[in-house]
Design a protein around this ligand. Structure first.
Ligand code: HSE
Length: 412
């Protein structure tokens, strides 16, 4: 049977077709019947492509073809992915996707539509590329209360930070290298400013805690302001700077979620995750810590997760796999990040900065000054005690009357 359609023939789409065709025989054995990709939908032309005869431009052909059971939406973005996904589910076709933006914005609604039509909406590839994380959270770890999910969710920023830490490459040079190697997009905003990691932590948090976490409710900061000076202070004090997304339960049934660079102690395994790899800690009240590690991006690793979902849909024809969360209308479901306690690395500049030490100690109480080779007289770096973030900000505001606050990075 030719029962699969792939929407979007970019990096992930072509990887999906390639992997599916390469392993089609074993896939057919696993699902117990024949299967194949019938259509690849893309508005572009691909002359000479080995699958050119399957490429079509009109999505309606997929919708109207009763032989198609599963649609792989790997277009990305909200338009036209949202309309296409909704239409396919309403036509009784399962949809699988790598599209984290769509799942993070419309997941609750699309899952509801899938259940109403007794089909599936699966998105293993939307978080962590090839790393299995959605299924383990939804199934193997379902007996736990999830105490925290925290990790490196973006390969591009991890590559850039690794280059800054290991090769003392500045941010701009490391970003250009990431673009040359095809990791970062021409417009790198979604990766470097943390939007991509934010969407991923929202998906994981929605799944773990049962209510939709919308990206605009989550405080997010990226890595574009990180300097080699910060990297050097962190390194010298026994930390690596990593972009970390985390979500955990808070009081009164709320959640705390945030994406930001953090100083990760060298004793924590996340500190040694380098390059485009991702690593995600899940802490459950029964299982303790579980670490998921692997290639978080790339053609075939992402295709691996997409094809896994296609197989699951074909195996569960006319059966809805229980994966869902409720929509959330409570504007305060995600607690305000300024009310959460953190310890903060701070770098300041002022004439004769060392002379400010007594005043800084009076402001923060017991804090730790840290060093770097060649620290100039006009620079000082320290780590605050753990305090409510709003209080740290008030103290830094007072300090800003006598010094420039150059950097402020949370500790993990
Ligand atoms: N741009 C993403 C990353 C791709 O760098 O992790 C995978 O979601």
């Amino acid at each position: 049977m030719k029962n699969v359609a792939v929407l979007g023939y970019g990096v992930v789409g072509s990887g999906t077709v390639e992997l599916f065709e390469k392993n089609r025989e074993s896939i057919s054995e696993k699902i117990g019947r024949d299967c194949d990709v019938k259509y690849i939908v893309d508005l572009r032309d691909f002359p000479g492509d080995p699958f050119e005869d399957r490429i079509i431009k009109d999505f309606n052909k997929v919708l109207e073809d009763d032989e198609i059971e599963v649609v792989a939406e790997v277009i990305g973005g909200l338009k036209p992915a949202y309309e296409f996904t909704k239409a396919a589910l309403e036509k009784g076709k399962s949809v699988v996707t790598s599209n984290k933006e769509l799942v993070a914005e419309k997941g609750a609604e699309l899952l509801k539509i899938a259940h109403e039509h007794n089909v599936n909406y699966l998105f293993e590839a939307s978080v962590g590329g090839g790393i299995p994380i959605i299924r383990p959270l939804n199934k193997c770890l379902a007996g736990n209360k999830i105490e925290q999910i925290s990790g490196i969710l973006n390969g591009t920023t991890n590559f850039i930070l690794s280059k800054m830490i290991k090769d003392q490459m500045d941010f701009g040079t490391a970003l250009r290298l990431a673009q040359e190697l095809g990791y970062a997009e021409h417009d790198p905003t979604a990766d470097v400013e943390g939007h991509d990691a934010c969407r991923k932590i929202c998906i994981l948090g929605s799944l773990a805690y049962g209510k939709h976490i919308y990206p605009e409710k989550v405080h997010r900061s990226g890595i574009s302001h990180i300097t080699l000076e910060d990297v050097a202070y962190a390194e010298n004090a026994g930390y690596a700077i990593k972009l970390i997304g985390s979500v955990k339960p808070a009081e009164d049934g709320k959640v705390s979620a945030i994406v930001s660079p953090r100083l990760v102690p060298k004793s924590n395994m996340l500190s040694s995750v380098d390059g485009v790899y991702n690593a995600i800690y899940v802490t459950g009240d029964g299982v303790g810590d579980v670490l998921f590690y692997g290639k978080g991006a790339g053609k075939l690793p992402t295709a691996s997760a997409v094809v896994g979902d296609i197989i699951d849909c074909l195996k569960h024809k006319e059966r809805s796999i229980m994966i869902s969360w409720n929509d959330c209308t409570d504007d305060d479901y995600v607690v305000k990040y300024k009310t959460v306690e953190n310890s903060m690395y701070v770098r300041i500049q002022a004439d004769n900065a060392d002379e400010l030490k007594p005043a800084i100690s009076e402001l923060f109480g017991k804090l730790t000054y840290i060093e770097r080779a060649g620290r100039p007289d006009n620079e000082l770096a320290f780590i605050t005690p753990t305090m409510v973030e709003g209080v740290i900000d008030e103290k830094l505001e007072q300090l800003s009357h006598s010094a420039d606050i150059k950097s402020k990075i949370r500790l993990l």
